[in-house]
Design a protein around this ligand. Sequence first.
Ligand code: URP
Ligand code: ZN
Ligand code: ZN
Length: 490
Amino acid sequence: MSVLIKNGRIVTAVDDYHADIFINGSQVALIGKDLVMAADKQIDATGKLVIPGGIDPHTHLELPFGGTTTSDTFETGTRAAAYGGTTCIIDFAVQSRGTSTLKALDDWHAKAQGQTAIDYAFHMIVTDMPQERIGEMRSLADNGITSYKLFMAYPGALLSDDGTIFRAMRKAGEDGTLVCMHAENGIVIDELVKIALAERKVEPKYHALTRPTRLEAEGVHRALAIAEVARAPVYIVHLSCYDALHELRLAQARGVMAHAETCPQYLLLDVDRYEEPGFDGAKYVLTPPLREKWNHDELWGGLRAHALDVISTDHCPFCLKEQKELGRNDFSKIPNGGPGIESRMSLIYHYGVSKGHISLNRFVELTSTAPAKIFGLFPKKGTIAVGSDADIVIFDPAREETISAFNAHTHHMNIDYSAYEGFKVKGYTETVLSRGKVVIEKGEYVGRAGDGAFVKRGAYGGQYADTHANMARDVLAPRAALGSPGRRLS
Ligand code: URP
Ligand code: ZN
Ligand code: ZN
């Protein structure tokens, strides 16, 4: 199958020009002016942006969590992603404590295989990693799983102690892989939760009040300090606030190899949402929680200044009626997470680019190119170039939509609410190609479950890749290169 995309404005992380794209099979074969080629299909992209498909490196489909399971399956979640202009996700497989991460990988392959509309990859959530099993991390990497997520939150369930975090980071440093950190001080949070419940403070807003920004900042600080000593790069997930961003910047200024993502909810929603009537505040019980509004500008600034590298969604959907309801009388039992896989591209285009917070190139970089580079997918994915996968979005900058769970154009996620209900956007995905196959055509899904394939990812390829390879070998070396003088143990 060949496709010719004519007359589009091609925008990548660095380019912006008008040209035609010829796709042969699954890859871009030729880019040029006024191409005249015989193709099985021709698409007129006049007046449209032609951008690399979005890459969402933080999703939770069919995740057992908080006594229930996220409401989007690999089928429904990836279809919704495609509608919104995302052509690749990196989802999280989860190791059960005391069991093999390789077994967990098999379980997640079984869930996803043959189900997805778009390509997918996995990170591995590591809950324990004793020294005698540390070799599994390399085996995972050999199977295309080149990043792991560890938690400083959720004691008794997902939390890893600092020794485990150090061991995992050190091994990742040596292997050329990457540890992602959920950075919040979960032990202190649990104490605050106990105090709140003892005082019968059970409403959703206490989720936010028991997770102050200082405890996220402490987690970020600790994660970065451990990474610095392990001489490994680290990726902070779902960074939500100024306090945490400040710690990130201090560490980056010391030379720590630190990446971080934020998400649309931390840029566009704020703590007032927990005051919505009745139990509606439960819609926004996600972790870290929504913060005070003034943090938004700080995060946009962090994105502009390249302190923050990526905008992911942390799509972790639970229906309000049947699932969030589990915590009606106790906020700590509300399953944590919210939906977003479908809305990210339009929200960030409209509220980021059109409102003047970030450039169009930076939009592409944050939503596609940077996650591809950091997570070992580039240049196969994350750009439009000869030889790259033809994961391409034709985006209509003039199309206006109101995001709503009741709008059949904007809501295909398997969830009974939208976190962005009523948000108006100008700029919407029109047509999507996934490895050369049209899966969304003029807003209609024309693909099928199983179009997507598992993608084996390569080594960490972020901006510190060379430094990383040189440094990781000797954790006892003096640290002058990192700006924090160390002392060699003798
Ligand atoms: O609330 C959230 N973020 N749920 C998903 C789990 C996580 O920590 O990413
Ligand atoms: Zn997390
Ligand atoms: Zn998450």
